[in-house]
Structures are given as C-alpha cells and as structure tokens.
Design a protein around this ligand. Structure first.
Ligand SMILES: Cc1cc2nc3c(=O)[nH]c(=O)nc-3n(C[C@H](O)[C@H](O)[C@H](O)COP(=O)(O)O)c2cc1C
Length: 172
C-alpha cells in the first residue's frame, strides 16, 4: 500500500505539520508534497491519501486548495483511504474552527466515495462552531492549532498517527 501526504499551506504551518507527520509515519510514506508541486492525477498513484488543509479567509479553503479542488473534479478516488489534518485558530476564529476540513471532505466524498479514516475526538478543544465535524464529538480529521496549542502538536500527532495506522492495519 502506498501512502502520500499532500498539503496546502499559506504561511508554512501546515507544511511543518506535514513534515512532522511524515517523520511519524516513517517508512510507510512514499511522498510528502505541497499540492502546488503536483498534478491532481498524481493522487491516483497512492492507496492512502493524507491531506492537510488550513482554514483561511474566515471559514474558507486555503488558497492553493481553492485552485486545486476544481482541477480534481472527475478524479475517481473509489477504493482509496483518505485521512485529513487541518490547521486552525480556535480562539481567533472560534466560530469557524477547522471549517476547511468539512469543505474539503464535501468535495472528496463526491469523487467515488473514498473511505475516510482518522476521525478525531473534539474533546480537549475549545471552540464554538466548526464545519469540520464528523459527528457531534469528532472532527473529520486531526485538528491542530498553531496559534494557541502548539505545545499539543507532538502528542496529538503521535496519537493520531497511531489511530490511522490501526484503522488501516499498518504498523507505523
Ligand atoms: C486572515 C486569516 C483568516 C483565518 N481564518 C481562519 C478560520 O476561519 N478558521 C480557523 O480555524 N483558522 C483561521 N485562520 C488561522 C489559520 O488557519 C492558521 O493560522 C493556520 O495555522 C495557517 O496555516 P498555514 O500556515 O499552513 O497557512 C485564519 C488566519 C488568518 C491570518
């Protein structure tokens, strides 16, 4: 099974997290790349896609994802496993925390119904509203807050990577 980590990042935070995740997944990772450096079809080369997106512009997709997603239309992601991680500011944007996770998944699930793995408990986060919810108690993927909770990154990344590996039946 090949695993690729792909991200968009305006100020570098999501890129840093992608690198941390890449180190944590270790040998399981075939590629880690910014979406600005790939073509949408390149995603089809991987069985497992780990996709990173920060929320920007108050509840919107990050700019490179805004350009990339329309180009992905028509891709068939059926049979793929998808895990997502999102960056957001739970204090400054408490009403729109991690919204982009939801916007991204809304598009991806229309591309052949890939399987979502790595939903993540909201317990321990403080925010008012998010479009990035899987259900009442879970985000659609790993949520990280560089502005307020960067001290939690390492612990959250380790636990999430272990969860994703367990769901995929991989040993990380
Ligand atoms: C103008 C602006 C708008 C933002 N809007 C949101 C938002 O709506 N929701 C949220 O959770 N975070 C929001 N953020 C926080 C970013 O998601 C956060 O800074 C993230 O770490 C940026 O990641 P990047 O460096 O990979 O681009 C916003 C930040 C800025 C500067």
């Amino acid at each position: 099974m090949s695993l690729g980590i792909f991200f968009g990042s305006t100020t570098g935070n999501t890129e840093n997290i992608a690198e941390m995740l890449s180190a944590e997944f270790g040998n399981l990772v075939s590629t880690t790349a910014n979406i600005t450096d790939i073509e949408p079809e390149d995603l089809l080369n991987y069985d497992i896609l780990i996709l990173g997106i920060p929320t920007w512009n108050v509840g919107e997709l990050q700019y490179d994802w805004e350009d990339f997603l329309p180009q992905m239309k028509g891709l068939d992601l059926s049979g793929k496993k998808v895990a997502m991680f999102g960056l957001g500011d739970s204090f400054g944007y408490a009403e729109n925390f991690l919204d982009a996770l939801g916007l991204l998944w809304d598009e991806l699930k229309e591309m052949g119904s890939p399987e979502l793995v790595g939903v993540w408990p909201t317990q321990g986060y403080t925010f008012d509203e998010s479009k990035g919810m899987f259900d009442e108690n879970h985000f659609l993927g790993l949520g990280l807050d560089e502005e307020n909770e960067s001290d939690m990154h390492e612990e959250r990344i380790k636990a999430w990577t272990a969860k994703v590996c367990a769901e995929l039946g991989l040993s990380g």
